[in-house]
Design a protein around this ligand. Structure first.
Ligand code: BGC
Length: 977
């Protein structure tokens, strides 16, 4: 039986690797000794400029401590042990011995900050992995999956769980099929704002822009349009949306892929996006679970050291901040979840059993499958037991090494008992059930998926290699150039334009300077002279897609860089849109498309009546740098000398008398202190990252076609220090496992500003309109009387599917006779039965099937205990439009739990943020109109996570404050619950 279509030579066989153990296969020497690892694999070709670094070891913990998550190593064959002793490997042994000794000495000396890990900073074990199939909304899919999976052989099951290797298929991730039973290879493709590496697609606005719209419908529609394109390109799984990073630090390189620095904003936006994506039959992936809040050190080897950073997050903060959006994604039915590169509490997120088994699969009741971020899997057995269901892209500890930790190694692990048959069955069933859940088996409903991907991530040519990562030279038609951008009323570009305009936040508008008149103000005795300044005003002269994965500076910024970027089909630059928008008979436009102006240009600047200045601030994913930026931002200033440009324009525009409008395209907050208070700076707009229709979206707002209704999805402080210590990116450390303690707990972004009473420049939730709104007549209705501190006990769930758990005959897993293997291609087969080691498997501490970890009282339904999502109150308020035009407002609901609160049962003193966003409604009201706004508040909204009770607790003895307003600092009405 042949499983893979690909044929070639076998990759070097290796022992199932466990990065926490001090043992390894000698076949890996080359990988470990190569200090100059690059992540070039993320690019499509070899011309990339990846980060490189000095290797420091062998990819696993060297601190001598035993990682509680990993523990057991699979039994190894005698030949493996013997190999350690043979002289040819003596050099390698010496190196390891050296590292081990150095590490022990360092620990003994208490150096290198290993002692910095919090005392209780290790993630507790949670085993065995809860099986899927317990939730009634998934019951039919699980039934079908059971019927299919029970027919699968061991290697067929393994094939479904394992990626075939980087660039072995057309997509960034490709799994193995089970052709015999009609289960396809799945195509997994980035990313959150469009289809990466594809032609004829749409470059949608980035997550941060969508967050800034606060418009649930647009969030849904963007997801839907994106997935519509993905399906027509043959993509099964979209690698988005992003809610991690959450935005702990405003400098975080990938914050822009998510929706803003608040868990509820992220949660709602993600849930709507997921619903939109999945309404088109495409599986959404919520990522990155969890704590990947900075790019520096996010990933093993990328930053010159073997281990990824450990985000040390306490249980309460994890629940109330970082896991919250993932919970809502599960509630929205998300099919897949991607675990992150980093460690959490010193255990890799993709093998952290507390996170995956405990929180995600038990407490949140996740029914879909967990896939690893690309190479975030650092152990084979450990990750399987901890709840990982699919490894991506299939390779091992290094890019494109073909030495999978699963594939044949997983087959061995099942055959030698290290991974239970039950666990493997659950992994496969979860993947297959998700495929059924999205009805991808229905070829009449989604015919495009039957054909597989019709584009190649690796070439723009029509003909190309079918398995470019291997030695196979077979070519075929790989790009069919299917245009998926849609036409007419459903043209996706129109949606982009709309989101871009609604995601533009007007933060200053002195004397109602905006909207502009296309003809200029008139009556000034000469044509209205408009100067347009800045590199960000026009397109990159080298081409809009000239930098790989958009990693460059130059030209207007409409998306950040990295795997979350796409090829622009076109990009409307602000300058071009403005030239079109102004009336050429009455307005003269002069363009100054640079950040550093010549003397002549400075002189010309003095002759302008209106100066529009464009600034930008870029960031992206850590596998590539731009100038001195290594993923994360270095500061909150505009980049490329934008700060001096704006200062100069403000001073000299119209000889100091000209009007100035500042437009900022950025990945997050940018400081405006240098000019925000200067009177001739009439308007400031945060246009975020608008996607391909950038200029059109902006023009719609500037000229009043669209009344601005964007609200800040983050706080704009007066300095980076205002954000507190959490803002600091760890950029240099001698720690072998960089330790990042999230000691600020819940106090990030506006919660920090409010708690420490720091006045921001523009607060979270803030944004101006061309009209005026008012709130009145607030009413609070109780839904749940009497008040109870705890949710009802969790109720029973459906029994998961059962299979025969007998370990299969190893001979069924052998490579078929005469099989031609491709180099580095990942197969599920084993080469010899002798590779199956004998003996009793050792499991990680805490892994005892007879004594499973106790179920969480906070679980029992999708996203958590269903009672948590019951409304306990409803707030109603009247929104009136008192201004000169129609417009939309965002009515925001914040909850403040009682001050000086003592837990009613445990007696613990519990501190709370001043207020937290819990709901909002965006409502359009006609001029002079009024409308009732109703918002529910759930039990979870009014609760905190008690680490002692391990449950959500709602204070019942003291009142809970509910505030309604137009931003986190503009509170108009207060009610008590
Ligand atoms: C990123 C993921 C992405 C994956 C595949 C990783 O480097 O962190 O977000 O989905 O690559 O491109």
């Amino acid at each position: 039986m042949t499983i893979r279509k690909a044929q070639g030579e076998v990759p070097v066989d290796q022992t199932l690797l466990d990065p926490s153990s001090a043992e390894r296969s000698d076949d890996d020497d080359d990988a470990y000794d190569d200090a100059d690892l690059s992540d070039a694999g993320q690019y499509r070709d070899a011309e990339s400029e990846p980060l490189t670094g000095e290797g420091e070891g062998d990819g696993r913990r060297k601190d001598g401590r035993r990682n509680p998550e990993v523990g057991g190593v699979p039994p190894r064959s005698k030949s493996w042990a013997r190999r350690w002793l043979i002289p040819t490997k003596f050099g390698c042994g010496l190196i390891l011995l050296f590292f081990a000794t150095v590490t022990l000495l360092l620990i003994a000396g208490g150096m290198w900050g290993l002692k910095m890990s919090p005392l209780d900073g290790q993630s507790p074990p949670w085993y065995p992995s809860p099986r899927g199939g317990t939730e009634k909304t998934w019951a039919k899919s699980y039934k079908k999956a059971h019927a299919l999976v029970r027919q699968m052989t061991l290697v067929e099951k393994v094939n479904v769980t394992t990626g075939v290797g980087w660039s072995m298929g057309m997509c960034v991730g490709n799994t193995g099929p089970v052709e015999r039973l009609g289960f396809p290879s799945l195509c997994l493709q980035d990313g959150p704002l469009g289809i990466r590496f594809a032609d004829n697609i749409t470059a949608f606005p980035a997550g941060v822009t969508v967050g800034a719209t606060w418009n649930r419908e647009l969030m849904y529609l963007r997801g839907k349009a994106h997935a519509n394109e993905a399906r027509r390109k043959g993509v099964n799984v979209i690698l988005g949306p992003v809610v991690g990073p959450l935005g702990r630090t405003p400098l975080g390189g990938r914050n822009w892929e998510g929706f803003g620095s608040d868990p509820v904003l992220q949660a709602v936006a993600a849930a709507e996006t997921i619903r939109g994506i999945q309404s088109e039959g495409v599986i959404a992936t919520i990522k990155h679970f969890v704590g990947n809040e900075q790019e520096h050190f996010r990933q093993s080897w990328e930053w010159g050291r073997p281990n990824a950073i450990s985000s040390n997050i306490d249980d309460r903060t994890l629940h109330e901040l970082y896991v919250w959006p993932f919970a809502e994604s599960v509630r929205a039915g998300v099919g897949s979840l991607m675990c992150s590169y980093n460690q959490v509490n010193n255990s890799y997120a993709c093998q952290n059993s507390k996170l995956l088994n405990g929180i995600l699969k038990d407490e949140l009741g996740f029914q879909g499958f967990v896939q690893s971020d690309w190479l975030a899997q650092r152990g084979g057995v450990a990750s399987a037991l901890a709840g990982l269901d699919m490894n991506m892209p299939g390779d091992g500890l290094r890019w494109s090494d073909g030495k999978s930790l699963w594939g044949g190694e997983l087959t061995k692990a099942v055959l030698n008992g290290s991974v239970t048959v039950e666990r493997l069955d659950d992994m496969v069933t979860r993947i297959v059930a998700t495929w059924y859940q999205l009805e991808q088996d229905d070829t009449t409903k989604w015919p495009e998926l039957e054909e597989g991907p019709n584009f190649s991530s690796w070439t723009d040519e029509q003909m190309g290699l079918l398995h470019p990562g291997s030695d196979d030279k077979t070519i075929g038609v790989v790009n069919k150039f299917v245009d998926v951008q849609s036409e007419g009323t459903t043209k996706h570009g129109d949606l982009v334009r709309k989101i871009g305009a609604e995601g533009t936040v007007l933060v200053k508008n002195s004397d109602d300077f905006l909207p502009l008149d296309r003809k200029g103000p008139g009556n000034i005795g000469h044509p209205y002279r408009v100067g347009i300044f800045g590199d960000d005003s026009r397109n990159n002269p080298k081409g809009i897609n000239s930098c790989k994965d958009r990693a460059c500076s130059g030209g207007t910024l409409a998306m950040g860089w990295g795997s979350g970027a796409v090829e622009y089909p076109y990009l409307i630059a602000p300058l071009d849109a403005l030239k079109e928008a102004f009336d050429q008979d009455t307005v003269t436009i002069t363009s100054f498309p640079r950040n550093k102006l010549s003397v002549k240009e400075e002189k010309a600047m003095r002759e302008q009546d209106l100066c529009l200045v464009f600034l930008s601030s870029n960031a992206g994913e850590g596998y590539v740098g731009v100038g001195d930026l290594r993923g994360d931002r270095n500061d909150l200033q505009p980049q490329n000398m934008g700060a001096s440009l704006v200062k100069s324009v403000v001073k000299k525009c119209g000889n100091g008398k000209g009007d100035v409008v500042v437009v900022i395209h950025s990945v997050g907050p940018v400081l405006v202190e240098d000019y925000a208070d200067i009177p001739n700076v009439k308007a400031i707009l945060f246009a975020n990252l608008p996607g391909q229709e950038s200029g059109n979206s902006l023009v719609d707002v500037l000229f009043g076609e669209v009344n601005p209704s964007g609200r800040l999805p983050y706080t704009i402080g007066k300095s980076v220090k205002d954000y507190g210590p959490a803002a600091k990116i760890i950029t240099a450390t001698k720690q072998i496992v960089p330790q990042q303690n999230f000691s600020e707990g819940l106090l990030i972004d506006y919660r920090h500003f409010d708690y420490y009473n720091i006045t921001p420049r523009y607060e979270f939730g803030f944004g101006l309109s061309y009209t005026k709104f008012q709130l009145s007549s607030p009413v609070l209705e109780y839904k749940d009387i009497p008040k109870r501190p705890l949710p009802y006990p969790r109720s029973g769930v459906l029994p998961p599917p059962r299979y025969d758990t007998t370990i299969p005959d190893p001979s069924t897993a052998l490579f078929p006779a005469g099989f031609r293997k491709l180099r580095k291609y990942v197969y599920p087969y084993i080469s010899s039965i002798k590779d199956i080691s004998q003996g009793k498997p050792q499991y990680p501490p805490g892994f005892d099937v007879a004594h499973p970890s106790p179920l969480s009282p906070a679980g029992g339904g999708p996203g958590g205990n269903p009672d948590l999502f019951n409304a306990v109150a409803e707030v109603k308020v009247i929104l009136s439009n008192l201004g000169p035009r129609d417009g939309s407002s965002v009515v925001q609901l914040y909850v403040s739990l009682p001050r000086n609160y003592v837990d009613e049962e445990t007696g613990e003193k519990i501190d709370f943020p001043v207020r937290v966003l819990r709901n909002w409604q965006k409502i359009e009201v006609k001029k002079d109109g009024r409308q009732e706004v109703a918002m529910q508040v759930t039990r979870k909204d009014m609760s905190y996570w008690s680490t002692t009770r391990q449950n959500w607790v709602m204070p019942t003895k003291q009142g809970i404050k509910i505030e309604i307003g137009f931003s986190s600092r503009d509170i108009r009405e207060t009610l008590m619950y």
